[in-house]
Design a protein around this ligand. Structure first.
Ligand SMILES: Cc1ncc(COP(=O)(O)O)c(C=O)c1O
Length: 380
């Protein structure tokens, strides 16, 4: 089955018992048992729930992985992945990952002596040089949030496998419609399903997909033991959102290309980060490993432009955290999504105070450009 069909019919398709086309919401905490030790396969909804099972099977199908897990947020999924490690282990981390990913490693897991090193994973030599005895995983985001830096998933996975370390890929920006890290050699794929997979800015959820049974058993043990599961209603909402992923992503891609060209040509814009540009570092790798460039664009305005006035001048594009919804969202990483990253590190990796991140929605692309044009004029 091709992915457009799999998005609609993958996982558990509807309800066998009644023929309902939509998977039922099993809003239950527990299950009646026939006798001691005799049950339907479900005992308690932290351990397993049929609606959550349906969305977990769906993401495993879409990512071509062995088993999927649905969590209460992207960060709950990331935390579960980090719980695979023990005191003394070290993780190599892409150097401009989402601020919350950095924060949970730096402020929570480091307290348990799980160490990390920030590495520019777009540079394979730097990845190779960073591998020491204690390194147990390479955690990459590609493209990164917010600088759209591209890492070669196949090459990094190869280095990781040679050194017996896991490759973990946060695939939030691409979704399995555009990029499949497990097929490229990764062991674990993570999503903030809050974003494109949900697609409508109406839920918080996360996914973790593994490529083998052993990792599946370990993640299930962690999920059941620590309890960061996705509830039945949000599992259902997520199934609903995923059905339209292909049409949404096609429109996201088309709109982003149009908006990125406008920003590039505008004299009030200093710099634009968009992997679709041939001049973007890693453009060729992106072309090789993904089926599109996604719809996140970061840009810097000329320093004489009043940033606050620019945000105020926008009438259609919404100033807010998050991305990947049908509506366009704009944010200021230094004070919003990446505020948890210390100032010095932000400067070092390029998250300057003037940087703006735009998540291009699926509105009419000409309306979006008109909105940006008017706000720039207002802020000049
Ligand atoms: C790339 C990426 N990964 C993970 C997360 C965290 O996901 P959540 O907000 O669903 O916990 C985000 C949130 O913005 C993100 O952008």
């Amino acid at each position: 089955m091709k992915i457009e069909s799999l998005l609609i019919h993958g996982g558990i398709d509807g309800d066998e018992k009644t023929g309902a086309v939509s998977v039922p919401i099993y809003q239950t905490s527990t299950y009646k048992q026939e006798a001691l030790g005799k049950n339907s396969g479900y005992e308690y909804s932290r351990t397993g729930n049929p609606t959550r099972d349906a969305v977990e099977k769906l993401i495993a199908d879409l990512e071509e992985g062995y088993r999927g897990f649905a969590f209460a947020s992207g960060l709950a999924a990331i935390s579960a992945a980090l719980m695979l490690f023990k005191s003394g282990d070290k993780i190599i981390l892409s150097n401009n990952v989402y601020g919350g990913t950095f924060r949970v490693i730096d402020k929570v897991f480091k307290n348990f002596n799980i160490n990390y090193e920030l590495v520019d994973t777009s540079d394979l030599q730097k990845v190779k040089d960073s591998i020491t005895e204690d390194v147990k995983a390479i955690f990459i985001e590609t493209p990164t949030n917010p600088l759209m830096s591209i890492t070669d998933i196949s090459k990094v996975s190869e280095v990781a496998r040679k050194n017996k370390v896991l490759t973990i890929v946060d695939n939030t920006f691409m979704t399995p419609y555009l990029q499949k890290p497990i097929k490229l050699g990764a062991d674990i794929v993570i999503h903030s399903a809050t974003k494109y997979l949900g697609g409508h800015s109406d839920l918080i959820a996360g996914f973790l997909v593994v490529n083998n049974e052993e990792l599946g058993e370990r993640v299930h043990f962690i999920q059941n033991s620590t309890g960061g599961i996705l509830n039945p209603f949000d599992s259902w909402l997520l199934i609903r959102g995923i059905k339209t992923l292909s049409v949404r992503m096609d429109r996201h891609n088309e709109n982003a290309e149009y908006v990125a060209e406008f920003l590039k040509e505008n004299s009030l814009v200093e710099k634009v980060y968009y992997p679709g540009f041939e001049t973007h570092p890693g453009h060729e790798i992106q072309k090789k490993q993904a089926n599109g460039y996604g719809a996140i664009i970061s840009f810097v305005l000329k320093d004489y432009i009043d940033r606050n006035k620019f945000f105020k001048g926008l009438k259609l594009i919404i100033l807010g955290e998050s991305l990947g919804g049908v509506e366009s969202l704009i944010s200021h990483p230094a004070t919003m999504t990446h505020a948890a990253v210390p100032y010095d590190i932000r400067q070092e990796i390029g998250i300057v105070d003037g940087l703006i991140r735009l998540s291009v929605g699926i509105e009419n692309k000409k309306d979006l450009v008109e909105d940006l044009k008017n706000a720039l004029k207002f802020a000049k």
